[in-house]
Design a binder for this molecule. Sequence first.
Ligand code: ATP
Length: 364
Amino acid sequence: MTGVGGRSKTAGLKLRRLHKSFGTFEVLHDISLDIEAGEFVVFVGPSGCGKSTLLRLIAGLEAASAGDVFIGGTDVTERDPSERGIAMVFQTYALYPHMTVGENMGFGLKAAKRPKAEIERKVREAADALKLTDYLDRRPGQLSGGQRQRVAIGRAIVREPDVFLFDEPLSNLDAELRVDMRIEIARLHRQLGNTMIYVTHDQTEAMTLADKIIVLRSGRIEQVGSPRALYDDPDNVFVAGFIGSPAMNILDAVVDEKGGLRIGEDRLPADPQLPPLAPGRRVKVGVRPEHLLVGSSQKEGIAMDVEFTEFLGGTSYLYGVVAGGQRLTVESRRGFVAKTGTMLRLTAEAADLRLFDENGERIR
Ligand code: ATP
């Protein structure tokens, strides 16, 4: 498929050794990344980690302090935003209040002096894809937040960019609409097949939309991978704690003589498939809430004092404290509940445990 000016309609990106400082404050440190054409990539991380700045460097809205941005194999580092083949959708929609929906959507093409018939056709097609046909003559003030965000996305579609950039596009919407729009954006990606880069601090959004997630912290890439890879195999305790809700449990433990993991008086078994770690070594044990099993044995596993239970129907969450005051969350898929003060014995399969060193880096 070809777009405006016969360009290919989608493009991959290469970021090479990007740095960005505001004054003496370095916000992004040495970011290198490859994004395949057609991929849906999500930048995720806590507030202030630099995800919006990274997106703005790709868009050309900020200049890099060092490093290069390639889009579709072309070095665009010195190019203006309008010459990069990108279209950006903002959290605040950025619509013109005095223009109709149709005029807002066609504005970029009109400014580029495209023929009227072409503008009308493209606006109609985008409106169709976004279920906005009945609203084309309204003004933004007469629309709901969700509809306004659709118009902002429509305006990006009409420009037929190689790459779509989304900066927290759903954060002004209420919870229910966010879910609807998330599904809509995923559908658009399937339909259009363009490269999409999406910034959010919401790990659920990242998990459900992304082919590839980039986890950022303090201006550095912590890990790159598919949602499943990050969930199953986090490289460090930061990623382990950030991806997945409720978060992975992280417990301080000491390796015992048999290679087992001692947590206070309690013990989780060693994986017999793997060579034992040195006795006495301090480690952090990661275990997902759904991998903790409420056991019957009074001897095995770890004891948890239940503080409270959240019953959500099919799933319930049990929150409690284990030896040494460490907190734990258990997910039960069978709606199991326990009264406050109940002592539960929890076990886990050795293969479901993730081990990190004292600095939080993955060991196994
Ligand atoms: P959020 O989720 O809160 O939007 P973010 O991860 O998108 O955060 P950025 O907006 O990229 O973070 O900001 C990264 C850091 O750079 C922050 O500490 C921010 O205060 C700083 N920063 C961003 N823009 C500027 C600017 N124009 N001048 C100075 N500092 C800035």
